[in-house]
Design a protein around this ligand. Structure first.
Ligand code: CP3
Length: 377
């Protein structure tokens, strides 16, 4: 199925189609390199902390004016080449009525973990009811649509990146009930009860797809699927139990096209996924996100040299002084020159302790480098 984007969409009306970020996602180079940061919206910004005072994290995500303003803050401050929608991977779960909280310093915590057949059946039914038809979906995601529309109206030619959590990463939280290091229960469910697992992953895939579709239709120009914890899986397990459900939201995003037939492009990202890069890319996505544990040039080679990449400045270098940071960023850009498109980013999210001025200076520095990444020695 192919769905035309609305005429007022920024990719259709000419606002973002020529931006360095959208071009890079299509495998094209521009005069300057596009740069943005995962978790650029959030705790490293004093203006964010000010706005969030007394407002619960997940409540802030369903207040359109607030979510929009937080999305715009890093664009104004740093001059990044994209906004990333302020929300969270667990927001769709909250919207369908799952009791989830984000505990500061810890992460998502669920009142009732989904671990057995009954709990999976209840979860699947909840998702099915919430997504029963287009009206139900529209109502469910109304605050998301409104926040995206408000944001787009302010962004001009800067593209908005929409996002969702991949089924495995969301299930890892849902099954454990809280953040965990090794996602043991989720992996046990996959191995021990593969059918139950695929029901659960299938329902989450539908929910994440609907979350992405809402953001795309409301004006997101590119989307990112976060499979942050996929690195804890073997290639075999990833291929069997995870790739099929990640393919759903990535495939769904790609169904949206401009009148010229340009698909909405997507970025597929995970942490510690050096061994999974080709499998993740095969599951879907146009741009492969590379974390900072893998050399960018090696990743590009492993992907065959024809896949646009995103990454992978080590977030630790944000604390190592400008000289070290800029030398490292230069090296990342030089390694990225081998790919058809390179979106410069960190290898993972901005650490909360980061000095915001360091990020602004990093953006300025990246923008001094040539867009083809070919640096003079
Ligand atoms: O700036 C952006 O990247 C956009 C907004 C965004 C948030 N979460 C806001 C947020 C995005 C893209 C996410 C994705 C997300 N959420 C992921 C995948 C990305 C990754 O880091 O790998 C994951 C695993 C989550 C789940 C989650 N939400 C965690 C682990 C945490 C951190 C908890 C903590 O306090 O350490 C959150 C909370 C969260 N999500 C915050 C923000 C700005 C911090 C909340 C606060 O300000 O108190």
């Amino acid at each position: 199925m192919v769905t035309q984007l609305p005429a007022s969409h920024p990719l259709v009306d000419g606002r973002t189609g020529g931006s360095p970020l959208v071009r890079a996602s299509r495998g094209l180079r521009s005069q300057t390199l596009p740069v943005w940061f995962m978790r650029q919206a959030g705790r490293s910004l004093p203006e964010y902390l000010e706005l969030r005072k007394g407002v619960d994290m997940l409540d802030s995500c369903v207040r359109p004016e607030l979510a929009s303003e937080i999305t715009l803050q890093p664009v104004r401050r740093h001059g990044v080449d994209a906004a990333v929608f302020f929300s969270d991977i667990v927001v769709p779960l909250k919207l369908v009525g799952i009791d989830v909280d984000i505990v500061p310093g810890r992460g998502p915590v669920f009142a009732e973990p989904v671990r057995d057949a009954d709990a999976v059946a209840r979860f699947v039914a909840k998702v099915r009811d919430a997504l029963a038809d287009d009206d139900a979906k529209a109502q469910l995601f109304a605050p998301i649509r409104d926040a995206v529309e408000l944001t787009i109206a302010e962004l001009g030619s800067t593209p908005l990146i929409g996002f969702a959590g991949a089924p495995f990463t969301l299930a890892a939280y849902l099954v454990e009930g809280a953040p965990s290091k090794d996602h043991l229960r989720a992996r046990a469910l996959m191995r021990g009860e593969p059918e139950l697992w695929s029901e659960l992953a299938g329902a989450i895939a539908e929910l994440s797809s609907a979350f992405l579709e809402t953001q795309i239709l409301a004006g997101a120009s590119v989307v990112q699927l976060f499979d942050s914890w996929a690195g804890s899986l073997s290639r075999e397990l990833y291929g069997q139990a995870v790739a099929p459900s990640s393919a759903v939201p990535l495939g769904r995003a790609a169904q949206f096209v401009t009148p010229e037939g340009e698909r909405v492009r997507s970025i597929h990202f995970g942490v510690g996924t050096s061994h999974l890069l080709t499998d993740m890319h095969a599951a879907g996505g146009d741009v492969q996100g590379i974390d900072d544990r893998t050399r960018l040039d090696e990743a590009i080679e492993r992907l065959g040299g024809d896949v646009p990449v995103q990454g992978n400045i080590d977030p630790a270098t944000l604390f190592a002084g400008a000289e070290v940071l800029h030398a490292h960023a230069r090296d990342v850009v030089a390694q990225g020159a081998a790919a058809p498109g390179h979106i410069v980013n960190l290898g993972h999210g901005v650490p909360p302790e980061t000095d915001a001025t360091v990020l602004t200076e990093l953006v300025e520095f990246i923008h001094t480098l040539p867009g083809d990444g070919r640096l003079e020695a």
